[in-house]
Design a protein around this ligand. Structure first.
Ligand code: HEM
Length: 496
């Protein structure tokens, strides 16, 4: 089928399963649903969910597809999706165009971007929690927010945040990582990246003990990005979304805590007190370029940064440590690099001093893009080559598919960090590797995330080694971010 024209396949949207349907692995033979990890031409190929072989679907096959997709959305992807540049599907009234052709990505997401809005499904998944934060806002609200928030990410501020990241990590790492223990890697990386972020956002001023705030954040993250059945069938917003209540109660509690922090800071500003140099101070208009945000807007932006700004980095780190535990040659090379790092240099410079280690991180972002899919909806009909996207049709950039596409990558499923180094790296098309998105809605926190990753990797790797300790090979699923379906147990040993 490779290279064939427009494909019409019946399928479901590859989105996260509702919490109550999530497959915890109980009573299921997971091996039936994933490949086995293997070495291919000497390169490690981690396990991944099996791809469907069907080209067209009978009704019974469709039912099977829905059942599989609610357990793991990546199981809904067919093998053809990884071979054909564009796949078009109709399902439950959606017209979906899945794009893995760099030229068409450029057309839809850059050149003709004004023809697209955020898709209704994406908004239904994120907006109840994030409201009018930067990730979900559109039009003038988005423009104002982006303009006001951009100064937070200037090189000068990133350098300052990098110093803070190192301080936070040195302070908090001993409480979470100890040699001789077996840890749940995703939980540890999520806790550390949250603590880094909360120091950068509001100097850690949120009230409540860490032991209470971290589980609250975990519950909030579990409430974002989960589509409700009513969203999938396009029911209007006044139709109750049964079962959402508990998640929304956690969100309400987080909003309360955040509002308290913001009000305290506004009072300090009013009194003329010296203000902490963090995201929040920028947001209340002390340093930004746009008009100051209202209290409601500040709250939405802070919830958005918490939702978008730490679990993503944490999951990519988790996968990278797993990949290195299987490719011990690459691990030895990365360890030698971090051991040679001059840690008296400014932390913001570490990223440039670790080219191979950061290539490993980039490769983890390729194999397991934390934000799996980018969804837009056409305002008017659009066309590219022989492909037509109807008015209200959904254009989907599935990063997991793009990053493992057979037409674009050599050994697409293999861990090969050196593909990002030197000449090989320069040959990668700008629109073939997009972990941080594309066009004007590209990730505002990319540099923050990459600098943070370098500091966290170096700090962890100089002291510890992590070996996979799970019973079965980990493989990815999509929830808020791309994560190991059955967790990531790792044994910690000392390198000091
Ligand atoms: C490895 C880590 C990260 C990855 C892979 C990632 C990925 C992405 C992607 C793909 C988008 C675009 C979504 C779309 O177009 O629909 C996005 C947007 C966004 N990200 Fe990130 N992100 C990461 C870290 C961060 C961090 C650290 C922050 C904040 C400190 C952040 C804040 C945001 C925000 C606010 C947006 C919305 C931007 C806008 O629409 O103007 N992200 N991210």
């Amino acid at each position: 089928m490779a290279g064939a024209g427009t494909k019409r396949r019946r399928g479901v949207l590859p989105i996260a399963a509702p919490a109550h349907l999530r497959d915890k692995g109980k009573g299921l033979d997971m091996a039936e649903h994933r490949t086995e990890p293997r070495f291919e031409e000497g390169r490690f190929v981690p396990a991944y969910p099996l791809r469907r072989q069907e080209d067209g679907f009978t009704f019974i096959q469709q039912l099977g597809l829905i059942r599989d997709a609610t357990k793991n959305p990546l199981r809904a992807l067919s093998a053809g999706t990884f071979r054909d540049p564009v796949v078009q599907t109709s399902f439950l009234g959606y017209h979906l165009t899945q794009i893995a052709d760099p030229a068409m990505i450029h057309h839809c997401f850059v050149e003709n971007r004004n023809n697209y809005r955020m898709s209704a499904l994406r908004q239904a998944m994120f907006q109840p929690v994030l409201r009018e934060g930067l990730l979900t806002a559109e039009g003038e609200t988005w423009k104002h927010a982006r303009k006001t928030l951009s100064p937070i990410f200037t090189p000068k501020n990133i350098a300052r945040f990098a110093d803070g990241m190192k301080t936070t990590i040195d302070r908090d790492m001993p409480a979470f990582v100890r040699a001789g223990e077996t840890i749940e890697m995703s939980q540890i990386t999520t806790a550390l990246t949250y603590l880094v972020l909360s120091d950068a956002l509001f100097s850690g001023e949120i009230s409540g003990a860490r032991e209470d705030v971290l589980p609250l954040i975990a519950n909030v993250l579990g409430s974002i990005g989960q589509p409700h059945f009513m969203d999938l069938v396009g029911a209007p917003t006044f139709v109750p979304r049964l079962g959402r209540g508990k998640g929304m109660a956690h969100v309400a509690r987080l909003r309360e805590l955040i509002r308290e922090v913001a009000i305290r800071r506004l009072d300090q500003k009013e009194r003329g007190d010296a203000l902490a140099e963090d995201f929040l101070t920028t947001m209340i208009g002390a340093a930004g370029e746009g008009a100051p945000f209202t209290l409601d807007e500040i709250e939405d932006q802070l919830v958005t940064f918490i939702g978008a700004g730490h679990e993503t980095t944490a999951q990519a780190l988790t996968w990278m440590f797993y990949l290195l535990s299987q490719d011990t040659e690459a691990r030895a090379r990365a360890e030698a690099e971090v051991d040679g790092l001059d840690v008296s240099e400014a932390p913001v410079s570490w990223i440039d001093a670790l080219p191979f280690t950061m290539a490993c991180f980039r490769e983890a972002l390729r194999l397991y893009p934390p934000a799996a899919a980018i969804l837009r909806q056409a305002n008017e009909p659009d066309a590219f080559g022989s492909y037509e996207i109807p008015k209200d049709g959904v254009a989907m950039l599935h990063l997991y598919v793009l990053h493992r596409h057979q037409k674009l990558w050599e050994q697409p499923d293999a861990f090969m960090p050196e593909r990002f180094l030197g000449e090989a790296g320069e040959k990668i098309d700008r629109f073939q590797y997009l972990p941080f998105g594309v066009g004007h809605r590209t990730c505002i926190g990319e540099r923050f995330a990459m600098v943070e990753a370098a500091i966290l990797i170096a700090s962890l790797m100089r002291r510890f080694r992590f070996d996979y300790a799970g019973d079965t090979p980990p493989h990815p699923t999509v929830r808020l971010s791309m994560q190991p379906e059955q967790g990531m147990k790792m044994r910690v040993s000392s390198r000091e």
